[in-house]
Design a protein around this ligand. Structure first.
Ligand code: ZN
Length: 233
């Protein structure tokens, strides 16, 4: 990654999405000296099959798990926007919340999920698509336009231009990141999300297989893939 990228922000729908889609890449960026922050849009309060679990308790557990995973990868800050799981909509309120996070952290690179529905139903969860759409609306024009959200300007959150966006992307991606050296860290970070896994060995197997598959074309043992949008060179 070049010198023009110094600050990176990862915007995802749920706790654990960043690690699944980009954990190895995030660990690499941190090793290269980039400053990485997380913005998690929902509180993940519906991700449980335990009938005795309350949404409030689950949200608290998942916040702790996400902070643990961020520590493993070297992510500096984690913002939780707190919108309810499975109910995120692209509204003025959600766009303003993500715009505020972007203006506060002022990233050069934004890593987000895929805004499109694909055949992979888990990866194209409606919150993932919706949050990716919100993030792109914030990249252009909301975060950079001083007339958008005058209330943010009043709080001292000045407009900000993002230089590049990487969308998590599995079919025919234009960016394949070699994560062979950071695969162990990715798995260690994923393992922090204990409430999400009954059998982590099975998850590890699935993640290793998928990241190995993504690396094949380039001859990498493990890779994560993205579609990139370069806005400013
Ligand atoms: Zn998710």
């Amino acid at each position: 990654m070049t010198e023009r990228i110094q600050r990176v922000m990862v915007v995802t729908a749920h706790p654990d999405d960043s690690e699944f889609g980009a954990g190895g890449t995030i660990a690499r960026l941190v090793r290269e000296g980039k400053r990485v922050s997380y913005c998690i849009v929902t509180n993940g309060n519906k991700g449980s099959s335990d009938r005795g679990m309350s949404p409030e308790r689950l949200a608290a557990i998942r916040e702790d798990e996400q902070r643990g995973a961020a520590r493993v990868l070297g992510v500096e800050t984690v913002d939780f926007l707190g919108f309810p799981d499975c109910e995120v909509e692209n509204t003025r309120e959600t766009r303003m919340a993500v715009t505020a996070a972007i203006r506060r952290h002022r990233p050069d690179l934004l890593i987000i999920q895929n805004p499109h529905r694909t055949k992979n139903l888990g990866a194209s969860h409606r919150d993932h698509r919706t949050v990716a759409g919100i993030a792109l609306d914030c990249v252009y024009p909301l975060a950079r336009d001083h007339m958008a959200f005058p209330e943010l300007l009043a709080q001292g959150l000045e407009p900000h231009k993002i230089k590049e966006v990487h969308m998590m992307w599995w079919s025919d991606p234009d960016l394949v990141v070699d994560i062979t050296e950071t695969m162990d860290l990715k798995l260690k970070a994923l393992a922090c999300h204990q409430s999400q896994f009954q059998d982590f060995a099975a998850v590890e197997k699935r993640v290793r297989e998928r990241n190995a598959e993504l690396g094949k074309a380039k001859g990498y043992a493990y890779a994560e893939c993205f579609e990139s949008i370069v806005i400013e060179r």
